[in-house]
Design a protein around this ligand. Structure first.
Ligand SMILES: [Zn+2]
Length: 320
């Protein structure tokens, strides 16, 4: 009888594989990952998912405001995630409309976790010069979305890009009264936003929802995670993509448990309402979606289940 133990007792396999490939052991392991880029199309637009890395965010029993921690631990285990940590990948998106090169969100700038900050290296692998990016569009002002605007010396990474941000997001976070009223840990977020934006404020465009910011890119208000959190419909020809930003963080946790309010949501109830509204629409319309914290390449579809939603990742395709 073939048991797991007999399968794992590798001596037979090891012997076989050495005989079959006598030179295999002479090839040194690469010891590093391949570039994190993935291309796909929406109509005539070419999209590039651009991976910045991953953070295993430590969490405690206060992480989900409205569920017992034992349930959260169960969900982490069900998703094969480490205990007490939220697996948090970061994937930004480049949209080449044919006329403009648009970057949606900018990654961590290497300032959040040692295992994140690969955006510039991966951008180099795409062959795109950072100076060729025409427009940076920001979904919201959390550091993992804005820090990549600048390098560690406060220099602009995308020297020629116009920067466009949600007006509601700017109004909330750049208000000094809101900073003063914020709890200490949130003050760090406010200070980081001032570090990124204060000396370039004159050049930052603020946009309103429901008005295209570039041909085919329509911002839609999606408040809750932050007051001005914004998602984007990318439309070309008869095809669309919904860029969900942080409507949900890792789908194995927050699509499966859409009612959960995370500690980092500024307004937990609004975040849940927005998530369910957008996910219901995406599932009903069978829309292609991408989520900033979905597993790379972060695009795919959502289906409705009895208790929530399930993310169905896109297949790798060699041709666009
Ligand atoms: Zn985020």
């Amino acid at each position: 009888m073939l048991t797991r133990r007999s399968l794992l007792a590798g001596s037979t396999f090891a012997a076989l594989s050495t005989q079959a490939h006598p030179s295999a052991a002479a090839t040194p392991p690469a010891g590093r990952q391949t570039p994190g880029i993935y291309r796909y199309r929406v109509g005539t637009f070419e999209l590039t998912a651009l991976y910045d890395g991953i953070w295993y965010r430590p969490i405690t029993d206060t992480f989900i405001r409205n569920a017992p921690f034992a349930e959260v631990e169960g969900a982490l285990a069900d998703a094969f995630m480490p205990a007490d940590k939220l697996t948090t990948p970061f994937t930004t998106l480049i949209v080449n409309t044919g006329r403009k090169l648009v970057l949606i969100d900018t990654g961590t700038g290497g300032q959040i976790a040692p295992s994140a900050g690969a955006l510039r290296e991966n951008l180099a692998a795409t062959g795109i010069n950072p100076k060729a990016v025409d427009l940076i569009v920001i979904s919201h002002f959390h550091p993992d979305h804005i820090n990549g605007i600048k390098d560690k010396d406060n220099g602009l990474v995308f020297a020629n890009a116009e920067i466009a941000v949600p007006a509601a997001e700017w109004n909330f976070w750049m208000d000094d009264a809101n900073l003063s009223a914020a709890p200490p840990e949130l003050k760090l977020t406010f200070r980081n936003q001032r570090r990124v934006f204060s000396d370039i404020a004159r050049n930052v465009t603020r946009f309103e929802p429901e008005k295209e910011i570039a041909p085919g890119i329509l911002p839609l208000a999606a408040p809750g995670h932050t007051p001005g959190h914004t998602v984007f419909a990318v439309n070309s020809g008869d095809q669309s993509l919904l860029v969900l930003g942080d409507t949900a963080q890792h789908p194995a946790i927050f699509a499966r448990h859409p009612n959960w309010q995370a500690a980092f949501d500024v307004d937990g109830e609004a975040a849940v309402a927005t998530r369910k509204r957008l996910f219901d629409r995406a599932a009903a319309d069978r829309m292609l979606v991408t989520g900033y914290h979905f597993p790379f390449p972060a695009c795919g579809h959502l289906i409705k289940t009895a208790s929530g939603y399930e993310h169905v990742p896109a297949e790798w395709r060699p041709n666009l």
